[in-house]
Design a protein around this ligand. Structure first.
Ligand code: C2E
Ligand code: MG
Ligand code: MG
Length: 599
């Protein structure tokens, strides 16, 4: 028997059948050829074309079971080298689920009952052969019913674990697989991406649900073709998919988003028509944003909702600070209300340097909150809350006022020109009166507008690019400088930058951190520097902590630098010392700069 035929025999035996489309196949275990002849005649009279074969020992039975398909086993009880119980065991050991009937001349009733307890379906005495056909018929019927039930159960399992339309794992199956994957030894870091197709409802409404289904299937096919290597693609909602992409050492999460966006670049087909679809992508990172599938998916989903707010085709990495535990959040929220009145807020100043002049040319104002019980709370935690609740309007105006007044004092002491950079949050920037607020602070403090830089983050700028550009133009009319903060972290189109009347690009510290160890990050920094030059902007690198990073930026002709290497954020008195007395710290910094330049 060829191996191929062996392989074929199993699926055939397991395939669910109703009425036997192929002739019945009966394996008869009996030493008596005459008895087998009679039984075969009987069976073939009822089932024309039935195939009956005889074996008489365990070996013969095993071979027959392994090589051919059987619907039924009929076994004698007592044979010279074999008996029905051993035959039953042989059948069970073969793994086949085939009805087993004992057909015997000499069998005590209690033996028959024992055999049935072991799994035989019935026992028939050879002296009442008229029972044979009804029992066979009954057993075949039972067998088919059992098979149908099993196959229904299998498809229920499939339905419970897989999405019918795309064949991809569904949410519960994906969760299980992701948890499993996270325990695999090779798994170090991965991005969990949550995709929601943009404006898919419109497609359903315009072309109908059947067309929508067709597109969903194409999206599923495309995603699993490109990212399905570890089976980590799933459909978890009407137009929602999840994809897990391994991140290699030093790889930025943005690269996963890029790869996903690229997968949507070619058009989809709909009845000969080409159609473009885009996703909004939320992403969480393993292990930073969670160590189990449920947490990672929840965080990726909330990032997706953030991304959606940025319009279509947006990417957002999960921001833990936006999703604090709700009790802590309430506590912070109520504390924030009176923080300024209670004198718990303070503005600190971090110097930034001009690399060619080798001196401090300004400072970034950074807010600090000393909570009476909780101690120092990071702006990453409280700024988003202040922003969402609108409290940032008062807080932001206060920071602006403090920073401008302080800078004016430094000017008055002869430190001029000296620039102050102030961060603006989304709510502040969207307020229709923002330009007016800035103008009145400048008037009140008498700070020249050109000494004030306003920073808005890249993500905020991109959220409503048109409105952003309009507000920026109003601010520019006042004469202030505008900077894009945390540049490189958002998913922005560089073309937009040209539309903004900006002066400075602040390169996000994540790129600086890795630029000296990862060639991709170095390439990104170089590209941003080339971009700033071609757009005639000032490049400002943040988060410089090491001499290597500093040397790299000197070599690449970055104009401005800021980071712990040059100076941490300090309060206004310390800062005054730093710039007034040319403090020891500054001398050390100057030395560091000199070393970096010589590098
Ligand atoms: P940002 O505007 O990007 O500010 C730079 C952040 O990087 C500051 O964190 C600063 O302390 C930190 N930093 C500076 N040098 C280094 C370095 O060498 N290494 C590292 N690892 N970090 C460095 P901070 O003060 O915690 O502020 C965090 C963010 O909170 C700021 O990011 C800004 O977006 C926001 N923020 C702070 N103050 C204000 C404010 O008055 N208004 C608004 N709207 N946002 C603020
Ligand atoms: Mg900033
Ligand atoms: Mg920044």
């Amino acid at each position: 028997m060829s191996p191929l035929a062996q392989n074929e025999s199993r699926p055939a035996a397991e395939a669910p059948q109703t009425a036997p489309a192929v002739p019945l196949a009966v394996l008869i275990v009996d030493d008596s050829e005459d008895d087998v002849f009679l039984v075969t005649r009987r069976i073939q009279a009822r089932y024309p074309g039935a195939r009956c074969a005889r074996v008489e020992d365990a070996e013969g039975m095993r071979t027959a079971l392994a090589n051919e398909r059987w619907d039924l086993v009929i076994s004698d009880h007592q044979m010279p080298a074999f008996d029905s119980l051993a035959a039953l065991e042989t059948l069970k050991a073969s793994g086949h689920d085939i009805p087993f009937i004992i057909y015997s001349g000499e069998l005590a009733q209690h033996q028959g009952i024992d055999a049935m307890g072991d799994g035989a379906k019935d026992f028939i005495y050879k002296n009442s052969p008229e029972r044979l056909l009804p029992v066979i018929e009954r057993e075949l019927k039972h067998w088919h019913v059992r098979r149908a039930k099993e196959s229904a159960e299998r498809s229920m399992v499939r339905l419970a674990n897989f999405d019918e339309l795309t064949g991809l794992p569904n949410r519960s199956q994906f969760t299980e697989r992701l948890n499993q994957r996270l325990t695999e030894p090779g798994m170090l870091r991965a991005s969990i991406c949550y995709l929601d197709l943009d404006r898919f409802m419109r497609i359903n409404e315009t072309f109908g649900y059947a067309a929508g289904d067709l597109l969903i299937r194409q999206v599923g096919d495309r995603l699993s073709a490109r990212f399905g290597k570890n089976n980590m693609v799933a459909r978890i909602g009407r137009d929602e998919f999840t994809v897990v992409i391994d991140l290699h050492e030093g790889e930025q999460p943005g690269s996963s988003a890029d790869a996903l966006m690229q997968a949507f670049a070619p058009p989809f087909q709909l009845g000969g028509q080409e159609l473009y679809l885009t996703p909004s992508i939320g992403m969480s990172l393993y292990p930073e944003h969670g160590r189990d599938a449920v947490t990672l998916m929840k965080n990726a989903e909330s990032a997706m909702f953030d991304a959606k707010q940025g319009g279509r085709k947006a990417f957002q990495l999960y921001r833990a600070e936006l999703h604090l535990d709700s009790r802590l959040r309430l506590l912070l929220e109520s504390g924030l209300r009176n923080a300024i009145a209670r004198d718990e807020m303070k503005v600190v100043y971090q110097p930034f340097y001009d690399l060619s002049q080798r001196r401090i040319i300004g400072a970034e104002a950074l807010l600090r909150w000393h909570h009476p019980e909780m101690g120092l709370i990071s702006p990453m935690q409280f700024i988003p809350i202040a922003d969402e609740t609108g409290m940032i309007l008062d807080i932001g105006a206060w920071v602006l006022q403090q920073a401008c007044a302080q800078t004016k004092r430094w000017h008055n002491r002869g430190h001029f020109p000296f620039t102050i950079a102030v961060n603006m949050s989304a709510a502040q920037f969207r307020q229709s009166t923002v330009a007016h607020t800035v103008e009145s602070v400048l008037n009140e403090t008498q700070l020249p507008a050109s000494s004030l830089e306003l920073e808005i983050t890249e993500t905020l700028a991109m959220q409503d690019a048109q409105a952003t550009a309009a507000t920026m133009r109003r601010l520019k009319e006042l004469g202030v400088q505008l900077a894009i903060d945390d540049f490189g972290t958002g998913y922005s189109s560089l073309a937009y930058l040209k539309r903004f009347p900006i002066d400075i690009l602040k390169i996000d510290k994540s790129f600086i951190r890795d630029a000296t160890v990862n060639e991709d990050d170095a390439a990104i920094v170089r590209a941003i520097l080339a971009l700033t030059r071609s757009l005639k902007l000032i490049a400002h690198a943040e988060g410089i902590e090491t001499r290597e990073q500093s040397a790299f930026l000197v070599q690449e002709n970055c104009e401005r630098v800021q980071g712990y290497l040059y100076g941490k954020p300090i309060d206004s008195e310390e800062f005054s010392l730093l710039i007034e007395r040319g403090s020891a710290e500054e001398r050390r910094l100057q030395e560091r700069l000199a070393i970096a330049m010589a590098h």
